[in-house]
Design a binder for this molecule. Structure first.
Ligand code: ARG
Ligand code: ASP
Length: 708
């Protein structure tokens, strides 16, 4: 009976597994191609990825190392999210020209704005190098010995890769180190800002609507790649010309309907699908709650000050968005894991696994996981509490962390110290521009109190365990030089030895240094030592899963490399008796409108366009579509990824997921996991009708595939 039940469960697990997955573009032929076809695609594997002729992959770039962007014209025009271009848009903004507030449009090519330090990376080629990377590794060698062999092989392979002078090569591990792939890349460094809607469109709904459906955000911005006279990467120069791509995506204005095929092509950052149940349980029960709690307290304090003070509101807007983004994600993630019984499902699978591996080399893997995750729990907790307190939320402690790096540099001599000092001062300029000691003082008192309460004793410096936090807070915030840029600049003035002496007399630094030291001397080494052991078991477990469940679809967890994910336009049922339709419309923007609100204000111009129904060719049955939902399996890093139709045209721009489905990083469930995309027609409508940027509309290849 029990076996029958298990087999039945296995069947369900398999049926559910027909969707989701983030696939390597060079490995689509066969099974993946067939699946895409069954979902409505007309694309061949070679149309998506090829090296001997142009393919979709030639239009996709990793944007500034984090997001994704795509080329949408033969003149190198790039489309990505507003939240991906946010830093660049902000850096060009002044009180007179507030592009975040009002938007920015280059009506002429020469008005396009340079972005120092920005880059985009194309993938030219992907090769499976598993065999040469693992060459020489042996079962009876120690893990360290094998790891050394692998590192040497990788170094050699990268060095001997055939590529052009201006290209780069790197190798990454997949399937937990069971496979390796080599990437030849091309990096462009002259990237200019072309257009961005005002935040009231690009960030409409802000944090309240973040991770939510129904959604109405025009989360897009436009950039352009510039190249030298040979169309190759070059540093910024007035002489550079718009880049001529091997492929660009035509934009379809025929729109989407429930059931339409969608392909999302981009650079997902990190997922963890193949964790054992004990690990997922640790995340849900121990780690996420502590992180949520710390951020919850910090956000409440910051919010209070932001609401009462306009200057603080501007200073903390971006930081608040960043901290609240994952705070909200973790809450949704925990609820989703519980609701979808993800841990139970893993345990069921593990029971079957145990039966299958009985008597083989793999029979102890799950027991090893149990032991190691028990062992790592305390230090994993200490590490997360440390990161959330010292590094992310108490700003003055983050400042001590930076000064600690400076003190470390002094060990390498005066020159290294002075160089580091210059960089530290530079980074502090940006830091203090957005710093309020008033806000930070309250965050400090609250979070440091929690720190002493929650942090395992073993990982709390003995010298400070009995400190009275209120007194400490007052001492630090009335005496330390780390509360303003002026005082800090004076603190760091002079030669190495006098600076070292002075910083070590500073009250904030004295306290911070204890915390930073214990991180480097105890927390991180302990954590890494156990993680290394876990990684060895995880590699074997991954390989055993693939061996014993050959009928399963195994995709390699996201690792910031180029991936294809596909699905269909689809609504969902977040709870009993509630059904969410998959497309939102401009009407909903007007419904959410709250005059002068920082999240839900709508500009007069957009209201006018709505009232006069000045929709151009972008409306469908009198409505302007804004966002839509799909079953594509995406994660952080997929922001800005193109959504491509059955024929290779762009129909949307990925930017978020629904709250009930944010657990997809651990457990993609096709019932409830949805990605959120901006409809291409809304993007064109805003460029054309709202901004009047005809020059940009003209260069985009607008197509009607459904009307053929
Ligand atoms: N949740 C989306 C992502 O993870 C959008 C974040 C940007 N928006 C925001 N309100 N923080 O990146
Ligand atoms: N908003 C995320 C990003 O910036 C996408 C996601 O997590 O779904 O990449």
């Amino acid at each position: 009976m029990k076996i029958l039940k298990l087999l039945f469960l296995l069947l369900i697990i398999n049926l559910n597994a027909q969707q989701g997955g983030m696939w390597i573009p060079s490995q689509l032929e066969g099974a993946r191609e067939k699946e895409m076809k069954s979902l409505g695609s007309n694309l061949t594997a070679a149309a998506i990825y090829a090296i001997d002729k142009p393919s979709l992959k030639d239009a996709i770039v990793h944007f500034n190392g984090g997001c994704t962007a795509e080329v949408i014209s033969k003149k190198g025009l790039l489309l990505t999210n507003h939240h991906c271009g946010y830093g660049a848009i902000q850096s060009h903004s002044t009180i007179e020209h507030d592009y975040l507030q009002d938007g920015f449009w280059a009506y002429k090519q020469k008005e396009e704005l340079e972005n120092k330090g920005m880059f985009v990376t194309f993938i030219k080629r992907i090769d499976d190098v598993t065999v040469p990377v693992l060459k020489g590794t042996l079962k009876n060698l120690s893990n360290k010995e094998n790891q050394d062999i692998i590192s040497q092989n990788i170094e050699k392979l990268v060095k001997n890769t055939k590529k052009e002078d201006w290209q780069e090569a790197n190798i990454k591990a997949f399937y937990k180190g069971n496979q390796y792939f080599l990437f030849v890349t091309e990096k462009f460094k002259d990237i200019r800002l072309v257009g961005a809607p005002p935040s009231s469109i690009g960030k409409f709904g802000a944090d309240t609507d973040n991770w939510m459906w129904p959604r109405h955000t025009g989360d897009f911005s436009l950039f352009r790649i510039y190249a030298d006279k040979n169309n190759r990467p070059a540093e910024y120069s007035k002489k550079n010309k718009p880049y001529k791509p091997n492929h660009y995506l035509p934009v379809s204005v025929d729109g989407v309907e429930e059931g339409d095929f969608t392909l999302v092509f981009g650079f997902p950052g990190k997922t963890n699908k193949y964790l054992p149940a004990v690990a997922l349980n640790q995340i849900v029960s121990t780690l996420n709650p502590v992180k949520i709690d710390i951020r919850d307290k910090a956000l409440k304090i910051v919010d209070k000050y932001m609401r009462n003070d306009n200057e603080i509101k501007i200073q903390y807007a971006s930081k608040f968005a960043r901290i609240s983004n994952y705070w909200k994600k973790w809450i949704g993630e925990n609820q989703g894991i519980e609701k979808s019984k993800a841990i139970q499902k893993k345990q069921d699978l593990e029971k079957i696994f145990e039966l299958k591996v009985k008597g083989t080399d793999d029979q102890n893997l799950l027991a090893k996981f149990d032991k190691l995750y028990k062992e790592v729990e305390e230090v994993a907790l200490a590490r997360d509490i440390w990161i959330e307190t010292v590094y992310r939320n108490v700003e003055i402690l983050n400042a001590t962390y930076r000064i600690y790096q400076l003190e470390l540099a002094s060990q390498k001599g005066k020159e290294a110290f002075n160089e580091q000092k210059e960089n530290t001062l530079k980074s502090f300029k940006g830091f203090y521009k957005n710093y309020s000691a008033k806000v930070d003082k309250e965050v400090f008192r609250t979070l440091v109190t929690m720190y002493f309460k929650n942090n395992p004793k073993k990982y709390t410096p003995e010298t400070i365990t009995n400190i009275a936090v209120t007194k400490l807070t007052n001492t630090i915030f009335s005496n330390s030089s780390l509360t303003s840029l002026d005082k800090l600049t004076k603190l760091l003035d002079g030669d190495m030895n006098s600076v070292l002496k002075r910083i070590n007399e500073d009250k904030a630094y004295q306290f911070g240094k204890e915390l930073v030291s214990i991180f480097y001397t105890k927390i991180n080494p302990d954590f890494n030592a156990i993680q290394t052991k876990i990684a060895i078991v995880q590699k074997k477990y991954m390989s055993a899963l693939m061996q014993h469940f050959p009928e399963e679809r195994f995709f390699p967890d996201a690792n910031s490399t180029l991936r294809v994910t596909y699905g269909q336009v689809k609504g969902y049922e977040p709870k009993d008796a509630v059904y969410y339709k998959p497309v939102s419309n401009l009407k909903g923007v007007i419904e959410k409108y709250v005059p002068n609100d920082y999240e839900f204000d709508v500009s007069e111009k957009l209201i006018d366009l709505y009232k006069t129904k000045d929709f151009g060719n972008y409306a469908k049955e009198g409505k302007i579509p804004v966002n839509f939902l799909g079953t594509n399996h995406t994660t952080g890093g997929n922001s800005g990824s193109p959504v491509i139709d059955a024929n290779g045209n762009l129909i949307g721009l990925n930017f978020d997921r629904v709250w009930e489905g944010t657990m997809s990083d651990y457990n993609y469930d096709p019932e409830i996991c949805r990605n959120i995309m901006v409809d291409a027609r809304y993007i064109l409508f805003i460029i054309d009708k709202y901004a009047g940027a005809k020059r940009i509309i003209k260069e985009i290849d607008i197509v009607h595939p459904k009307k053929k």
